[in-house]
Design a protein around this ligand. Structure first.
Ligand code: NAP
Length: 253
């Protein structure tokens, strides 16, 4: 159960090798975090992330292997994570995702891969998490969405579409869970300097994984249903949503 300051004792990270997720674990570790289950596909990176979490002060850091290409295994992976956490989980962070590449935007196989990893697997996994948390009567689900899904851009429309779908799904799931003791929090960062964006030219208002983590920790305390990072993007996108396509397509980033 979260304490009065919104701090969890047990955390499951789906996408435990993600730079942003690792920063979230490090931000929560010095507080009251006792168990973190890191789920991911790359065993070497998982072991490295687990060692980092332990060094940051978390006692129990089991890992669970999965590949988001296997949507039919999503519920089993979630069950495995809850079992590894000891049955009761305060917070689940979903950080799985993959960027689309412009040169592959007309490749049907790559599109299927990006959509499966960024939307189909997460939607199936979040459904399983919601059922588990509803049964335990409490919990928070933190979903890494993106401003890329708030208004989809030509530059990364396949990725943006997965985020638009995931964001809508998460908001709807949050509505469906009202009154159950379980809440969904949607995080909408702009450009974050991580492994995912390495080598790309930065968009305006670029930020760091640590800043996103700080906003997530503050969001857990406030219970805000939507967390923009940086916060100014909320107002920028209030305007961006209304721009005509002829202006929108000319904006940098
Ligand atoms: N960086 C940004 O600018 C930005 C902005 C807004 C939102 N976000 C979102 O924030 C989340 C975390 O991103 P990040 O910046 O921390 O990037 P990241 O380090 O590349 O994290 C992406 C995560 O997804 C996992 N993943 C990818 N394909 C997978 C698959 N088939 N099966 C299992 N796991 C898979 C990666 O695992 P591996 O370690 O095995 O690759 C990694 O854990 C993502 O959902 C991303 O879309 C990022």
């Amino acid at each position: 159960m979260l304490d009065a300051f919104g701090q969890p004792q047990s955390l499951v990270v789906l996408g435990g090798t993600s730079d942003i997720a690792r920063a979230v674990v490090h931000a929560l570790a010095p507080k009251r975090l006792a168990t973190v289950v890191l789920a991911g596909r790359n065993e070497e990176r998982l072991a490295e992330a687990a060692a980092g979490a332990k060094a940051a002060g978390v006692d129990h850091v089991p890992t669970v292997a999965f590949d988001a290409g296997q949507v039919d295994r999503a519920a089993a992976v979630v069950d495995e994570c809850f079992a590894a956490a000891g049955g009761d989980v305060d917070v689940v962070v979903l950080a799985v995702g993959v960027l689309s590449r412009r040169e592959l935007e007309l490749d049907p196989e790559r599109t299927a891969e990006v959509v499966t990893t960024g939307f189909a697997w997460p939607a199936a996994a979040l459904t399983a998490v919601a059922a588990r948390m509803k049964a335990q009567g409490h919990g928070r689900i933190v979903v890494l969405s993106s401003v890329a899904g708030v208004r989809v851009r030509r530059a990364n429309f396949v990725y943006g579409a997965t985020k638009a779908g995931l964001d809508g799904f998460a908001v709807g799931l949050g509505e469906a869970l009202r009154g159950t003791g379980v809440a969904v929090q949607v995080v909408r960062p702009g450009f974050v300097r991580t492994r995912m964006t390495a080598g790309m030219s930065e968009a305006p208002m670029a930020t760091t994984a640590e800043a996103v983590a700080e906003a997530v920790v503050a969001g857990l305390a406030s219970g805000a249903p939507v967390i923009w990072v940086p916060g100014t993007l909320r107002w920028a996108f209030a305007v961006f949503r209304l721009l005509p396509p002829s202006v929108w397509r000319r904006l940098p980033g």
